[in-house]
Design a protein around this ligand. Structure first.
Ligand SMILES: [Zn+2]
Length: 623
């Protein structure tokens, strides 16, 4: 979603002023003496070994390429360990704003240059890098005051004074400037929090204006609402700038007011620009309304049309609250297959911890009382004549959603010049073709190109598509280069440290957050298909290992594991995540470059899925 990426949003810059040109040229002359290379040389740092690149690329493409190079600096130790490469990264952005007369990308370039200098300082501890970072942040805010990045730049600058320069007085000054200049901006609440923190820890007096409104203490920004809809399922996601307590309540219809579900965010603030109602109108929800309920509470209201149940949970890094609601239709459908699910639940429940009834981060509600088993049987019998044998047996596995991990600004694991996001998209497309042509399944990819998708969006896509199976494809990484092999995961509490590490990596969060997650997971998994997911994982793992062995690859079988993967949470069908090889292992990295290997992986994933469906069918026929 565009608002998630502040850099890409920032194309509404002011025209370049003469001051801007004067200052940038002065900067270049005073800087590292790059005038000659910047104007005459168009070779990209990352492509240096090859021949010069023709100058046909648009500034936007070059900007994307420059950001890509920056991500590689962050993720690839070989590249990031050389300061020279960070300076190359900086040159990439500098060339773009120099070549671009209208300067539409200039604020983003300035901001990125500042970020790269700061990261370079954090790695190499050269004070000149930190000063450059401050200068460029300052210029982003001064030259482009109307740009979305202006307040972010001020915030980063203050943050440098607070954390790296150890100058809390200067930091407080800048935070205060930010609150005055950008009261409606998305950095406002964070700046207030920082001022409070500095007042408490460093005895820096708070500005008078802030002392009066004590309720502003530690406000978190609530960000715009996103949603995904189908006829019987809707997912709504509300992001916030930081972890925050929230509570949910259901209000029944009251005069003109419809039935509604509201979520109150404690100690929160919603910038006025995010307060417009979001229409949904999908038969389940009418709209989502957001507002500042009082000085320190943001209330998000979901106006209900018709829903049977809802489920609320939160994820970290960035913090977001996810609300899944079902329509009445979905509930009926569930009841017809209730018998198999009941067995599944009984078998798996003992594995989980008891749900913590008082946990603030979870609410589970079922509006309709479960009907006795008798009615389920009757329902099944009455509709039997209209269904095929497979459908009568409840075997309708027709649609498979394949999820190539990462994408866009998230490259996933990187090593040996490769990115996980490209490898898994390549495999995903091959798998799609095989499942469609050889096995006649209907297949949908969560992404067909190099685009960024949030983890919760991937599950939402599978749920709204009514998928019967969900397969997320990833490539593993490990600091130890000798680590190699194949492993398949399904959603559950992690049982060992290594599984936690992989989940933390794929969730882009800390292992600490994963342990927190474990506490609420037991509630969330009550309706998930854990037993079926574990079976699907067993088949896929078995076929991957034995199939690759048959092709004479030496495969290390790391087995089927369980861990709390964000991307699998809330999936309403058997769902797995396959880590098909290690990008950090030299031998496996070589294989990942070969089409044959990727084909073999895709074939074995497909064979595993097909074997699971076959087994499922046979087991049902034997009943
Ligand atoms: Zn991954």
């Amino acid at each position: 979603m565009p608002f998630l990426n502040i850099i890409q949003l920032s194309f509404n810059a002011l025209h370049c002023t003469t001051t801007f040109f004067k200052r940038t040229y002065v900067r270049l002359l005073l800087g590292i003496g790059l005038v000659i290379s910047a104007t005459t040389c168009n070779v990209w740092a990352e492509e240096l070994p090859q021949t010069a690149i023709p100058q046909v690329k648009s500034p936007e493409e070059r900007y994307k390429q420059a950001k890509d190079y920056y991500y590689r600096l962050e993720r690839d130790p070989k590249l990031g360990d050389e300061r020279q490469n960070w300076l190359s990264g900086i040159r990439n952005f500098r060339r773009i704003y120099l070549s671009e007369n209208k300067g539409i990308l200039a604020p983003s370039c300035f901001y990125m240059i500042a970020r790269l200098y700061r990261r370079s300082y954090q790695r190499f501890q050269l004070p000149i890098d930190l000063d450059e970072a401050i200068n460029y942040f300052q210029e982003t805010a001064t030259l482009f005051p109307q740009n979305n990045l202006a307040d972010d730049a001020l915030f980063s600058m203050a943050d440098i004074y607070q954390n790296e320069k150890n100058d809390p007085v200067q930091a407080a000054k800048i935070y205060f400037t930010l609150t005055e200049r950008f009261p409606g901006g998305d950095k406002y609440a964070q700046a207030i929090n920082r001022l409070r923190e500095l007042a408490k820890t460093k005895n820096i007096p708070l500005p008078d204006q802030l002392i009066r409104s004590d309720t502003l203490n530690h406000l978190v920004n609530v960000l715009p609402v996103k949603h995904w809809s189908s006829a019987d399922y809707t997912r709504v996601v509300i992001r916030a700038s930081d972890t925050v307590n929230y509570s949910a309540s259901l209000l029944e219809k009251d005069g003109d007011q419809p039935r509604r579900l509201y979520i109150d965010f404690a100690q929160s603030y919603i910038p006025p620009k995010f307060r417009a109602p979001v229409p949904i109108e999908d038969g389940l929800l009418k709209q989502v309304r957001t507002g500042q309920f009082n000085d320190s509470t943001v209330r998000v209201v979901l106006d209900i049309e018709s829903i049977s149940d809802y489920k609320i949970f939160s994820l970290n890094d960035p913090f977001r609250v996810v609300i899944d609601v079902h329509g009445i239709g979905k509930d009926k459908q569930k009841e017809t297959t209730a018998s198999s699910q009941t067995t599944e639940k009984t078998k798996t429940t003992p594995v989980f911890r008891e749900p913590e009834a008082t946990h603030p981060f979870i609410t589970l509600k079922d509006f309709k009382k479960k009907k006795p088993d008798q009615s389920v049987t009757t329902k099944k019998k009455s509709s039997k004549s209209d269904l095929s044998l497979a459908q009568q047996l409840g075997l309708g596995i027709k649609k498979i959603v394949i999820d190539p991990g990462h994408g866009g600004r998230d490259p996933g694991a990187m090593a040996f010049g490769m990115k996980e996001k490209n490898i898994v998209l390549n495999i995903g497309k091959r798998l799609e073709a095989i499942l469609e042509k050889k096995y006649n399944y209907e297949v949908q990819l969560t992404r067909e190109a190099d685009t960024f998708l949030e983890l919760e969006e991937r599950t939402a896509l599978a749920n709204t598509a009514g998928a019967d199976l969900f397969v997320s494809i990833h490539v593993n990484a490990h600091p130890d280069k000798s680590a190699r092999g194949v492993e398949t995961f399904y959603l559950n509490l992690a049982t060992n440290a290594e599984a936690m590490r992989v989940a933390a990596l794929e969730n882009a969060t800390s292992t600490h957050n994963i342990s927190d997650m474990q506490n609420i997971l037991s509630d969330l998994m009550q309706n998930s298909k854990i037993l079926e997911s574990s079976r699907l994982a067993e088949f896929v793992q078995k076929y991957l290992v034995s199939g690759l062995e048959q092709e004479n690859y030496s495969v290390k079988d790391l087995g089927v594991k369980q861990a709390p993967f964000y991307v699998l949470i809330g999936a309403e069908m058997p769902a797995i995540l396959a880590e098909i090889s290690f990008i950090t292992n030299p031998e496996e990295a070589q294989l990942l470059k070969k089409d044959d290997y990727l084909d073999d992986i895709a074939s074995q994933l497909a064979a595993g899925v097909a074997a699971y469906v076959d087994h499922h069918t046979t087991a049902a026929l034997q009943l």
